[in-house]
Design a protein around this ligand. Structure first.
Ligand code: NAD
Length: 259
């Protein structure tokens, strides 16, 4: 007799915000949180992609609100948190995942505009999200934040020096804020993916198709991650299952940083 699959209710009653949720890792996470019963806030600059993610969650029987937000703008991030609380009443978990990549260039060839663009989204954007999320979580006396860093936040990434600097900064903010708010009932961690099969990776391989094999092979597992595999790690860090974990950088990298 076929056994009925148990419904995942691990995030029932929880309000979860995901940034960069119009595609890639963010979409996979938003959909997975929705499937697990969360009330999800889908945030992104992309209106079409954001609505599409929200629709996927609702089609699966979940609850979703799309809010257009550019994470580099303080007023928009503050409004995002205000809308979340106005709509759902609280904010339990935040997955600060919006980020942009760098075209592959050695350090001396990159220009100032590229530096500013990457730092603005990856560092300032993550800081602004944490700032306004923390203000809400402090009022509640509880919360869990997960930032998307990268293996490039743990080790060097030749031809991506600015991206690596930005992700090392995310790791530094994660560790510091984790220590600052540990006694307030708020945990803060990061996920550090290896190369993930997302539109971001697609753009990189379009520019340099010959890199694909080499890139796969830097992972001892010999493959890229699927977005859902990163989403699962972020969910675990958000969940009560990781209740004594804070200030941690969880590598989800097929063994890349093990060698
Ligand atoms: P993606 O480009 O597929 O998706 C990123 C999403 O972020 C997009 O929907 C985009 O619209 C949104 N976004 C970009 N700038 C924004 C802004 N200013 N405000 C709000 N939203 C914004 O990328 P992805 O591969 O899913 O990457 C997600 C995160 O994972 C990023 O932080 C990235 O640096 C990190 N990461 C990706 C990989 C990889 O190989 N794909 C590896 C390690 C880490």
């Amino acid at each position: 007799m076929a056994r009925e699959k148990q419904k995942d209710t691990s995030f029932e009653g929880k309000v979860v915000l995901v940034t960069g949720a119009a595609g890639g890792i963010g979409r996979a996470a938003a959909v997975a949180f929705g499937r697990a019963g969360a009330c999800v806030v889908v945030a992104d600059t992309s209106v079409d992609g954001g609505h599409a993610t929200a629709a996927m969650i609702v089609e699966n029987g979940g609850k979703a609100l799309f809010v257009q937000c550019n994470v580099t703008r303080a007023a928009e991030v503050e409004a995002l948190i205000d809308k979340t609380v106005a709509y759902y009443g609280k904010l339990d978990c935040a997955f600060n995942n919006a980020g942009i990549e760098e075209e592959h260039l050695p350090l001396a060839q990159a220009d100032e505009a590229l530096f500013d663009r990457i730092m603005n989204v990856n560092v300032k954007g993550t800081w602004l999200c944490m700032k306004y999320e923390l203000r809400q979580m402090l009022k509640q006396g509880s919360g869990s934040i997960v930032n998307t860093a990268s293996v490039a936040g743990l080790v060097g990434a030749p031809t991506q020096p600015i991206y690596a600097a930005s992700k090392h900064a995310v790791v530094g903010m994660t560790k510091t804020a984790a220590a600052e708010y540990a006694r307030e009932g708020i945990r803060i961690n990061s996920v550090c993916p290896g190369v993930v099969n997302t539109p971001m990776m697609g753009r990189a391989l379009e520019r340099e198709p010959l890199r694909e094999k080499k890139l796969r092979n830097v992972h001892p597992m010999g493959r890229f991650a699927e977005p859902a595999e990163i989403a699962q790690a972020a969910m675990w860090l958000c969940s009560e299952q990781s209740s004594f974990v804070t200030g941690h950088q969880l590598a989800v990298d097929g063994g890349l940083t093990a060698i």
